[in-house]
Design a protein around this ligand. Structure first.
Ligand SMILES: [Zn+2]
Length: 271
């Protein structure tokens, strides 16, 4: 599932090719995504100039001269640039064709992604308005986590995966950050000291930052690249390693389900 680093890597990969470009056509081959692609998207976007590509949490925002396209990748979505002669494949549902001869192409085999339109401020859109601070921003720190924990009974992993607390920290990076910070994912958010919340906020920033660095090496694949652009092999410390030795202490990594998501942790290093 695309997480924040994949979305940000995609943003960095496509922005140089789409910013300042005029949309000459939009082809929607499959409108039935998580929500139906707006039927008037093509009319709204035609002849619009794309001003910039922004990210908020796991949403990409294509800001244009006539409004904003909001894109979410769901379970399996990806965007890449292709030249006009590249034929669409079975799961390529939508193209935004640009004057420079490139197309921004959405692929989404499972169709849980979304392509929406707003004429208004996209940050006030119902999907985005309630999002917490960006994890890589200064607004997200140990104090913010502690403040957020006061009003909630959740396990700490559930807390940091709550998009109202912090935007876009998914299951993989939540597990990785808790491992780095030495905090058991099931620990009650109310029973964590301010010092440990500070360490956790730093760990979230570190694991996301490392993933972004790895993603940077895939940027050259964004034009006519084969495979799945924006998805990259992460070197993970604990996630997906159930039954393998902990990289710190050698104890066997455990897994348990928390908030319906698999959580991986070291029973010795994480308290
Ligand atoms: Zn360990």
């Amino acid at each position: 599932m695309p997480e924040l680093p994949e979305v940000e890597t995609t943003r960095r990969g496509i922005e140089p090719h789409v910013s300042g470009q005029i949309v000459v056509a939009v082809h929607v081959r499959q409108p039935k995504l998580r929500w139906r692609v707006p039927p008037d998207l093509s009319r709204k976007l035609k002849d619009a100039r794309i001003d910039c590509v922004e990210r908020r949490g796991k949403y990409l925002l294509l800001r244009t001269s006539s409004g904003t396209v909001i894109v979410h990748f769901g379970m399996s979505g990806s965007l890449r640039m292709v030249s006009n002669e590249v034929a669409p494949q079975i799961h390529d549902h939508l193209d935004v064709c640009l004057r420079n001869g490139l197309q921004l192409r959405l692929r989404d085999p499972r169709r849980f992604g979304a392509v929406l339109w707003t004429d208004a401020d996209p940050l006030l859109h119902p999907l985005l308005a309630g999002l917490g601070p960006e994890p890589l921003s200064e607004a997200f720190d140990g104090n913010w986590l502690q403040q957020s924990a006061r009003r909630r009974r959740a396990a700490v992993k559930t807390l940091i995966m709550n998009s109202r607390v912090v935007a876009g920290v998914g299951n993989i990076y939540a597990s990785e950050a808790l491992f780095l910070a030495g905090i058991n994912p099931a620990r009650s958010s109310r029973r964590i000291s301010s010092r440990r919340f500070g360490a956790l906020a730093e760990a979230v920033k570190q694991v996301l930052g490392e993933a972004l660095e790895q993603g940077g090496t895939t940027l050259r694949d964004f034009v006519n690249g084969a495979g799945e652009p924006g998805y990259f092999a992460q070197s993970l410390r604990v996630y997906g390693r159930r039954g393998e030795p902990c990289i710190n202490c050698g104890a066997l990594v455990k897994a348990r389900v928390l908030g319906q998501r698999a959580s991986y942790f070291c029973p010795r290093c994480q308290r």
